[in-house]
Design a protein around this ligand. Structure first.
Ligand code: HEC
Length: 198
């Protein structure tokens, strides 16, 4: 009776909920998605108070330890990879053959020279310096007129240390210029090793 008086006779809350929901879905249903998202953003904004990022809902990318360019702590370059003792002074070609080998030949320096030789030279000049490396065979197959020398022969062994150093430094017709690839000291170490092949 009271309900009828206030016009609530047909008031059914569940029915109302259904109808409103249907009309919203017809309107594209965006508020169903947008509303929770808005609530989430506002909540996240409140929770993240004091942090540099206001909406901190995927925080793992914000607080990584990635180091940007020139930012400390910087990694040090490997020892010896940055020259600090100046560069090679160009040598007057007329002086080269008279140059003295600054590296005193010992078993240790010959061993160092051998390592350099095996790495950089043996593919052409051969493991034992006989001019028979794997690449030398390719030179022969291609009928090259200038072949890697047999470094044990008197033609090479009779040259002065300075002459050999000059050839290594400046390269040849078919030999690379090692002046730009190895340090002056490394080239002197190689001279010592070649002279030990006698
Ligand atoms: C790509 C092949 C190749 C490589 C690698 C190479 N050489 Fe040679 N080398 C030659 C050839 C070819 C000659 C002959 C000269 C020319 O090319 O004009 C030669 C000549 C020489 C000579 C002159 C010998 C003489 O009596 O006139 C010396 C010394 C020598 N090489 C040392 C070296 C050393 C030391 C290395 C390593 C750092 C080296 N070579 C790496 C190809 C090579």
């Amino acid at each position: 009776m009271v309900a009828k008086m206030f016009g609530l006779g047909r008031f059914r809350p569940f029915r109302l909920w259904q109808e409103v929901g249907a009309s919203q879905r017809k309107a594209g249903g965006f508020s169903m998605v947008l509303m929770p998202l808005a609530v989430m953003l506002i909540a996240a904004g409140c929770i993240g108070g004091g942090q540099p990022y206001p909406a901190d809902y995927f925080p793992e990318m914000h607080y990584q330890s990635g180091i940007r360019y020139q930012e400390p702590p910087r990694l040090q370059p490997p020892a010896g990879s940055v020259p600090t003792k100046g560069t090679d002074v160009p040598v007057d070609p007329s002086q080269i053959s008279a140059m003295r080998n600054p590296v005193t030949r010992t078993d240790a320096t010959i061993a160092k020279g051998k390592t350099l030789y095996m790495t950089n030279c043996s593919m052409c000049h051969g493991q034992a310096g006989k001019g028979d490396g794997l690449v030398a065979a390719k030179f022969k197959n291609a009928n090259a007129t200038t072949l890697p020398n047999d470094l044990t022969l008197p033609a090479t062994q009779s040259k002065t240390d300075g002459q050999i150093w000059g050839i290594i430094t400046n390269g040849g017709l078919n030999m690379p210029r090692w002046g730009t690839l190895l340090t002056a000291e490394e080239r002197w170490l190689l001279v010592g090793y070649i002279k030990s092949l006698r």
